[in-house]
Design a protein around this ligand. Structure first.
Ligand SMILES: Nc1ncnc2c1ncn2[C@@H]1O[C@H](COP(=O)(O)OP(=O)(O)OP(=O)(O)O)[C@@H](O)[C@H]1O
Ligand code: SF4
Ligand SMILES: [Mg+2]
Length: 360
């Protein structure tokens, strides 16, 4: 993990913006607004590492993932893959890129065609990229099935005949078929039972070691993200608020949003949970159609000041932080600072039971 800093950059996301136009009108459709799904994201992914992405629902995680894999054209910005800007690719260049980058989705059932046999689903990439056919393709598909822990004899079965965890293994096998360099995993275990989650995560980790894979790993569950990631980026309303080595971020969050998100996460150790205090953010996530001015977290931020409403903070290294710990905040959380206690306007929820008031 410490070697991460010396690894080469595989993906460099530079100022990527993805807006979805909202159109109205029956004949002449006119753009009336835009969803600012991804609104200026910078992110580096190094070869062989796992970069986790966390953030509330609607923060733009999947949209970013789809931009990186070339499934969405970007509105603006650049995405360099091994130094080549993939937003400008077409023809043979695009085809080669599509082989190097694969995606695993949340819903292992919805992403598999129920009417097709598993062997042909996993074999698709061989056909698309003209890599193997006939008996050779079958042999390679069965090798892949074995690699991901599926019975190769189940080659002719349909997706419905597999359990949720097995279906996600089918998705992993299909992604691996063309020996990609990068796999973007969008909530790959969120739909699975906890016991099955661990098996799929460990499979992904083993495959990473064996094939030197690079992952972008999106998940709601902060403990899952910490377990799998070398580095983590925290997204809020289309932007990265903080990015750092996983341990650093979880132990010393500097962005008030990261601190709130982490304080709300379930703590496995009961002793620690008893001491912990949850920061409860006030208000809903604002609409991505009209994001707040300045720092877009300011309407909910316990540390917000006048400046935050007009001046958008840059994602940068703050004093005292590691060189790869970046925070976009004018007034970052100081080590030992207790946001819940020290700032008015924020409710604090203690995990300790409330004691009744005793009259003196
Ligand atoms: N194809 C689309 N057309 C219009 N708006 C879209 C489209 N895809 C996503 N959005 C909007 O962009 C914003 C970001 O969505 P996205 O799916 O990227 O969020 P997310 O962080 O992946 O959320 P979740 O955790 O729920 O999966 C949301 O407001 C969503 O409604
Ligand atoms: S810039 Fe201001 S509003 Fe934004 S997170 Fe920092 S303190 Fe809060
Ligand atoms: Mg999503």
């Amino acid at each position: 993990m410490h070697a991460a800093a010396e690894r080469e950059t595989l993906v460099s996301v530079q100022g990527v913006v993805k807006h979805f136009p909202i159109k109205q009108g029956i004949v002449f459709k006119k753009e009336v607004a835009r969803v600012h799904a991804v609104d200026g994201v910078d992110l580096e992914v190094r070869s062989g590492e796992t970069v986790g992405i966390v953030g509330e629902s609607g923060s733009g995680k999947s949209t970013l993932a789809r931009c990186v894999t070339g499934l969405h054209p970007v509105t603006s910005g650049r995405i360099l893959f091994e130094g080549t800007d993939i937003t400008k690719l077409s023809g043979a260049g695009l085809k080669a890129f599509r082989k190097d980058v694969q995606m695993i989705f949340q819903d292992p059932y919805g992403s598999l065609n129920p009417r097709r046999r598993v062997g042909s689903i996993i074999g698709d990439p061989f056909a698309i990229h003209g890599l193997a056919s006939g008996a050779e393709r079958k042999k390679r598909v069965q090798e892949l099935m074995e690699l991901v822990g599926l019975n190769p004899e189940h080659y002719n079965r349909f997706p419905a005949e597999f359990s949720g965890g097995q279906r996600q293994r089918i998705g992993v096998a299909r992604a691996l078929a063309v020996r990609p360099k990068l796999i973007v995993c969008d909530e790959p275990v969120s739909a699975l039972d906890v016991s099955i989650q661990a098996q799929v995560i460990n499979l992904l980790k083993d495959l990473q070691r064996e094939f030197g894979l690079t992952y972008i790993f999106i998940a709601h569950d902060l403990s899952v993200v910490r377990y799998v990631s070398d580095r983590v980026g925290v997204m809020y309303l289309g932007r990265i608020g903080e990015a750092a080595a996983a341990g650093d971020l979880y132990e010393r969050p500097r962005h008030p949003y990261s601190a709130a998100l982490l304080s709300a996460a379930s703590i496995a150790d009961p002793d620690e949970a008893e001491r912990a205090e949850r920061i409860v953010l006030i208000g809903d996530v604002p609409s991505p159609i009209d994001p707040p001015s300045g720092c877009r977290f300011h309407p909910r931020c316990p540390k917000a000041e006048e400046r935050c409403t007009v001046d958008e903070p840059e994602l940068e290294v703050k004093e005292g932080d590691a060189a790869d710990h970046l925070t976009a905040c004018h007034f970052p959380v100081e080590p030992g600072e207790n946001l819940a206690r020290e700032h008015a306007g924020i409710r604090q929820e203690s995990t300790e039971p409330e004691l009744p008031e005793v009259e003196q």
